[in-house]
Design a protein around this ligand. Structure first.
Ligand code: 4AD
Length: 483
């Protein structure tokens, strides 16, 4: 029986993926079909022409065989509807081809000016063409990968009784306390006019602040997730987050997606890390499995760099790290590991991304670093019992992976009201601003923890595409917003 994706539930035309998924060729022999898509390439010969048609629903393109005459008008990038009959070719790499009877051009495409030519196009050039970039094979693969990663994460969390929730994008706080927030401001024409304030005095505060107080785009959904977890026990979201960081690195975007999860009734940092490890391994296993896309991803890995390499990069790849346990090491041990007599690392210093990559390289794969100094982390993390050998630490972790460095950050949350108030004070956060958050500790507080996975960094690690700007369709970073 055909799966739901193989049948059309409306008058939409057949997709190339649906066509390739047909399981019983003999049942469809000689059946006329109409395929819609874009021309990826055309090879014109004396009597015949061969066109590669793609529609993005699969990485494979369909080979269409046409008479030279009917192909005369065709060129790269054109959109077409091709009517013909399918010829099954199971022994060839392409399972079928289309013998075209009728060609209809839906949208012309001037080959002289079309910005997406067949030859390989440079990364900076394609960043100028983000609206057309999804037509390249590599960006289409990244977009299919993002789709699968999100679906597999949903699968895992659903199976563990986590509810998928929708926290707000506009917030009144800076969760991470880093000050890298975007203000959410309406255009001046959307604000109440002086005359409307005269007749409705309650609108007066909105003359300057739409919500009556400063508002921001969220830097993390965590605080709202904690409120939801305080009622629903286990929650997660895959939401956009915004950071006004000026960083021009290959790991930072101004708008990125984060998978964030929050779970109640645990104070055990290991159990929070277990969820991170199991959820990511679930996604990796599914990507490497029969309905995944490992071959496509290996091709993408090989095509990185100058695009000429036929072998995979030497560092440990994610598909080699699925079945082994991921090591866990405290920050204090990590500092010891990284220190050398000539370049000692001081306890209390943050780790650079190079040091993080070095730790992952030595671990031969992902590694959790736990219990960082309190001074390096935000206000909401639970403090650890004091130690004689070093300064105060919090019950937190970062997951570091080869080539990307920090992929996940998480912690046990400070669930005790007095300790949380003290921590907010120490971080210079006025209690009034987060009074609602303190309510969660006043009324039925529970031990809980959570984490955030950077979605684009995850895609970067999995795809081998080393800059997160190529891991999202429309990247935004300081000084740049194309498309
Ligand atoms: O470590 P971060 O800042 O943690 C939080 O925001 C927590 N409130 C999450 C939580 O516990 N619910 O960010 C989490 C992850 C990082 O490990 C990184 O992968 C990614 O988000 N990230 C970014 N990705 C792209 N561009 C940026 N500017 C990023 N900043 C963080």
């Amino acid at each position: 029986r055909l799966g739901l994706h193989q049948r059309n539930v409306s008058n939409l035309p057949l997709t190339i993926n649906q066509l390739f998924s047909r399981q019983k060729p003999e049942a469809h022999s000689n059946e006329p079909v109409t395929v819609h898509g874009w021309i990826k390439s055309v090879r014109k010969q004396k009597r015949f022409a061969f066109a590669e048609i793609r529609d993005g629903t699969t990485s494979k393109s369909l080979q269409a065989v046409l008479t030279a005459d009917s192909a005369r008008q065709l060129s790269n990038g054109m959109s077409v509807a091709l009517q013909g009959s399918v010829v099954y070719t199971p022994s060839r790499p392409q399972p079928m081809e289309l013998n075209v009877m009728e060609v209809k051009v839906l949208g012309d495409c001037d080959p002289e000016t079309y910005p997406i030519q067949k030859q390989s196009l440079s990364v900076p050039y394609l960043r100028e063409q983000v609206h057309l970039r999804p037509r390249t094979d590599s960006m289409a693969t990244i977009l299919r990968l993002r789709d699968k990663v999100a679906r597999y994460f949903h699968e895992f969390y659903e199976g563990q009784d986590f509810l998928h929730v929708h926290p707000p994008i506009i917030t009144g706080n800076d969760c991470e306390g880093g000050g890298d927030v975007f203000r959410a401001l309406p255009s001046s024409s959307a604000l109440p006019t002086a005359s409307s304030c005269d007749s409705h005095p309650q609108l007066a505060t909105q003359r300057t602040e739409f919500f009556g107080k400063p508002s921001y785009l969220t830097v993390s959904s965590q605080l709202h997730l904690e409120a939801l977890a305080s009622a629903l026990s286990r929650v997660y979201t895959i939401s956009p987050t915004f950071r006004a960081e000026a960083s021009q690195t290959n790991r930072h975007l101004s708008e990125f997606y984060m998978l964030e999860a929050e779970m109640c009734f645990t104070q055990d940092l290991n159990s929070v890390m277990d969820v991170v490890e199991a959820s990511i391994k679930h996604v990796l296993r599914r990507l490497a499995g029969p309905t995944g896309m490992l071959d496509e991803l290996k091709d993408l890995h090989r095509s990185q760099g100058d695009g000429t390499s036929s072998s995979l990069p030497e560092e440990t790849q994610w598909w080699d790290c699925i079945e082994k346990p991921w090591p866990r090491m405290t920050y204090t041990e990590a500092i010891r590991t990284l220190s050398t007599p000539t370049s000692p690392v001081q306890w209390g210093e943050g780790l650079s991304s190079e040091q993080e990559k070095e730790l992952a390289r030595r671990a031969g794969g992902p590694i959790f670093i736990t219990d960082y100094p309190t001074s390096l982390k935000p206000f909401y993390m639970r403090s650890n019992p004091p130690s004689d050998s070093h300064g105060p630490t919090v019950a937190c972790f970062d997951l570091l992976v080869p080539s990307v460095a920090e992929l996940v950050g998480g912690s046990v949350r400070e669930e005790r009201l007095a300790e949380l108030e003290a921590s907010m004070k120490a971080h210079g956060l006025p209690a009034e601003e987060l009074n609602w958050y303190l309510d969660l500790r006043r009324y039925g507080s529970v031990p809980h923890g959570g984490f955030g996975v950077g979605f684009e960094r995850f895609v970067s690690w999995i795809s081998g595409v080393d800059n997160v700007r190529e891991c999202v369709a429309f990247p935004r970073w300081a000084g740049r917003m194309a498309g």
